[in-house]
Design a protein around this ligand. Structure first.
Ligand code: DGJ
Length: 614
C-alpha cells in the first residue's frame, strides 16, 4: 500500500513538472516588470540565450527621444526583470542620440551579441543612419562600433534576420522611407557587404522579416508617424525577393491593425508571435505592447492575425491557445451544430460536420456514388427556420434533386421542401419559408449531370437561416453624433469590418436601435471599434423611447473587446448604449451591436490551438 501511494505521488509530481507552464498575454494592457515599473522596451527585439529571453527596446520614460536602449530578461515571456541600459548616449564613442528599433543577433562564430539600431540626433530625423554595437553577453554593456549610412543609403526603420545557415541580414527603409533595402551582413555581422532593393517605392516602414518552411515573410506598416495604419505581409522564395503582393497582416481590422505597428516576430519553439507596438504619440512612455499569436492554415499559409483580449503560451513548448476568429451572430442556426449522415467519405475528411462548419472550402461527401443518401443536423432546440441554403459540390450546372424534412424528435419526419424533380443547376439552392423543427434532414435523391460527368451526393455548406436571431440586424439605428460614412447603421449591418464612429470621439455619445416591435430580450453583444481599450457604458431599454430602464451599467476598466451581456428585458422595443468612459487614446466607435431574444445566446466562440515544433 505504502509503495502504491509513493508511486502515485511520484507520478503526480512528474505530471506537474511536465504539465505545461502556460502564461497569459494581454495585448494592449500596461505591462510592468518584476519591480513594478512599466516596461520600457518599445520598437523592440528579443533573443534567446539558453532558457532566457532577452528583450531590447527603446526607453521612452521621459516622453522624449529614445536615448537609452534597455534590456530585460525572462524565462517565461511574462515576468520580466530589468537588466540594464545596454547602449545609450553615454556609451563611449557615442553622443546625444535618438536610438530606435534596436535588434540583436547572436553570432555563433564570433560568440558575440551584435546590435543594430536606427540612429538619429535628438531633434529631427535628418541623420537616417544605422548604428552597430557589440557585446560578449546578452545583457552586457554594448560597445559602439560605428554609425553610418549603409552603401550611402538613408536608413531609418530597421530590423535584423538570421537565416538557418547563420547568414545575417539587415533590412531598413531608404530614400526618405520610400524604398526598402535588404543588406547581407559580413560574417561577423558588423558590416553590410551586399545590398538589394526589395521594395521600390510604396513608403513602407517598420520592417520585420521571418522565415517559415523555406518561405521569407516581410511584414511592414505604412509610414504615418506614430499613428496606426494598414500593416501587411508579403512573401518571397528568396530573401532578396521578389516579394509578392501585400496581404492584410491582421483580420477583422478597419485598416489600423488593431491600432498597432509591427516591430518583431518572436519564435517560441516554432510558434510565431507578432510583437507590435501601440504607440501613444502624445504620451510615449505609456505606449503599449501588442503581442499576438500567428497561425498558419492547413496548407501552411499565414492566416490574418486574430485579436485576443488574452491568450496563453507555454514559453518552452510554444503551445498556445487563443480565441478563434469572431463571427457575427449568424442567423445560420445550423452553424457548428451536431451532424450525421447516412454515409461519409471520412478517409478524405469529408465528414458530415464539414457541411456546417461555416467554411466554404470543406465539404460533406458520400463515400460511394450510390443514391439516395441523407445528411442531418440537430439544431439543439426547436427553431423557426425561414430559409435553407445548400451549396452543392458541383458548380457546372449539375441539378441536384433532394427533399428537406424536419422533425421534433428525430423519428417522425415532415417533408418541408420537395425538389425531387429539380432541374435547376445553380450550385447554391435557396429554399424559403421552411418550417419549425429541431432536426433537419436533406435526402439527396438524384442528379442531372451535364457534360457526361457523374456526381456523388456531396455539398460544401448547408445553412438554415432563422430571422430574428440578432433582432437588431438592419433595424433603424440612430446616434447623437456620427461621421460621414460611419453612420449609426454601420453598427447593426452584420459586418465587423464596418463601424459607427462618433464625430468627436468623446464621452456621453449614444447609439440606439428601434427593433421595430417589442421583444423579450435576453442579452446583447457589442464589438467596440478598437480592441485593447476599456469602455464604460450604460445599456438602457425602453418600450416607448421615453422611459428608459438600465440593464447594464459598466463602470469598471476591464478591457473586453466584444462584451456579451445577458439580461431579461420584457416588452423592449428600443435599446440604447451610452458611453460614459473611455481608455486613453481610444476614439469612440462601435463595429457591431447584436441583440438577442433567445436563450442561450446564439454565439459561437471557439479556441485555436497553436502547437510548437514537436
Ligand atoms: C514611425 C516609426 O516606425 C517609429 O519607429 C518612429 O520613428 C515614428 N515613426 C516617429 O514618428
Amino acid at each position: 500500500m505504502m509503495k502504491k501511494t509513493l508511486l502515485f505521488m511520484l507520478f503526480v509530481c512528474c505530471a506537474a513538472l511536465l504539465a505545461e507552464a502556460q502564461v497569459t498575454i494581454n495585448p494592449g494592457l500596461s505591462w510592468k516588470d518584476d519591480s513594478g515599473n512599466v516596461i520600457q522596451a518599445h520598437g523592440g527585439g528579443i533573443v534567446k540565450a539558453g532558457k532566457t529571453f532577452y528583450w531590447y527596446g527603446e526607453d521612452r520614460s521621459d516622453n522624449k527621444s529614445s536615448q537609452k536602449i534597455n534590456c530585460y530578461s525572462s524565462t517565461d515571456l511574462k515576468n520580466w526583470t530589468f537588466r540594464k541600459v545596454v547602449l545609450s548616449s553615454s556609451t563611449p564613442g557615442m553622443a546625444e542620440a535618438n536610438l530606435e528599433r534596436p535588434k540583436v543577433l547572436y553570432n555563433d562564430k564570433t560568440k558575440k551579441y551584435v546590435l543594430w539600431v536606427h540612429k538619429e540626433n535628438t531633434h529631427d530625423y535628418g541623420e537616417a543612419k544605422a548604428l552597430v554595437a557589440v557585446s560578449d553577453k546578452p545583457d552586457g554593456d554594448f560597445t559602439f562600433i560605428k554609425e553610418f549610412r549603409p552603401f550611402g543609403n538613408m536608413s531609418r526603420d530597421c530590423n535584423l534576420f538570421k537565416d538557418e545557415d547563420g547568414t545575417a541580414y539587415f533590412v531598413s527603409t531608404a530614400r526618405e522611407n520610400t524604398d526598402m533595402i535588404c543588406y547581407r551582413l559580413s560574417p561577423d555581422y558588423l558590416d553590410a557587404v551586399e545590398q538589394r532593393k526589395i521594395l521600390d517605392g510604396g513608403r513602407r516602414e517598420a520592417p520585420v522579416i521571418f522565415k517559415r518552411n523555406g518561405l521569407y515573410y516581410l511584414c511592414t506598416s505604412a509610414a504615418t508617424g506614430w499613428a496606426p495604419n494598414y500593416n501587411s505581409v508579403q512573401t518571397a522564395k528568396n530573401i532578396f525577393g521578389p516579394y509578392g503582393p501585400q496581404q492584410p497582416l491582421y483580420s477583422n481590422t478597419t485598416g489600423n491593425s488593431y491600432d498597432s505597428q509591427t516591430a518583431f516576430v518572436l519564435d517560441v519553439n516554432g510558434t510565431l508571435v507578432m510583437v507590435a507596438d501601440r504607440w501613444k504619440g502624445w504620451d510615449l512612455k505609456d505606449s503599449r505592447y501588442m503581442w499576438l499569436p500567428m497561425n498558419f492554415d492547413s496548407k501552411g499559409g499565414l492566416m490574418p492575425i486574430e485579436w485576443a483580449d488574452s491568450w496563453t503560451i507555454d514559453p518552452i513548448t510554444g503551445n498556445a491557445k487563443a480565441p478563434a476568429r469572431l463571427k457575427p451572430a449568424s442567423n445560420n442556426i445550423a452553424l457548428n451544430k451536431t451532424a450525421e449522415a447516412s454515409v461519409a467519405n471520412t478517409v478524405n475528411g469529408n465528414e458530415a460536420r464539414c457541411a456546417f462548419d461555416g467554411n466554404p472550402a470543406t465539404k460533406w461527401c458520400a463515400d460511394n456514388g450510390n443514391w439516395p443518401h441523407w445528411l442531418m443536423v440537430d439544431l439543439g432546440q426547436i427553431y423557426k427556420i425561414s430559409s435553407s441554403e445548400i451549396t452543392w459540390e458541383r458548380n457546372n450546372g449539375t441539378a441536384y434533386q433532394y427533399i428537406i424534412e424536419s422533425s421534433l424528435d428525430k423519428n417522425s419526419w415532415t417533408t418541408v421542401i420537395d425538389k425531387s424533380r429539380n432541374t435547376n443547376g445553380d450550385q447554391t439552392q435557396v429554399d424559403n419559408s421552411i418550417a419549425g423543427g429541431r432536426y433537419f434532414r436533406v435526402r439527396a435523391i438524384g442528379h442531372i449531370d451535364v457534360k457526361g460527368g457523374y456526381s456523388w451526393a456531396s455539398l460544401f455548406e448547408w445553412k438554415l437561416i432563422s430571422d430574428g436571431i440578432n433582432v437588431a440586424l438592419h433595424k433603424t439605428a440612430t446616434a447623437d453624433s456620427q461621421q460621414a460614412g460611419t453612420y449609426a447603421v454601420k453598427a447593426n449591418d452584420g459586418e465587423f469590418e464596418s463601424a459607427w464612429y462618433t464625430g468627436g470621439g468623446k464621452l456621453g455619445n449614444s447609439w440606439a436601435v428601434d427593433l421595430g416591435k417589442p421583444y423579450n430580450l435576453t442579452g446583447c453583444r457589442i464589438m467596440w471599434q478598437d480592441p485593447g481599450f476599456y469602455y464604460q457604458y450604460k445599456i438602457d431599454v425602453s418600450s416607448d423611447k421615453n422611459t428608459w430602464t438600465t440593464m447594464i451599467d459598466k463602470t469598471d476598466t476591464n478591457v473586453i473587446w466584444t462584451p456579451v451581456h445577458k439580461f431579461n428585458a420584457s416588452n423592449a422595443r428600443y435599446l440604447r448604449i451610452t458611453v460614459n468612459g473611455l481608455d486613453d487614446g481610444c476614439w469612440l466607435g462601435i463595429r457591431e451591436v447584436e441583440v438577442f431574444d433567445t436563450k442561450p445566446l446564439p454565439l459561437h466562440t471557439g479556441t485555436i490551438r497553436i502547437s510548437g515544433r514537436k
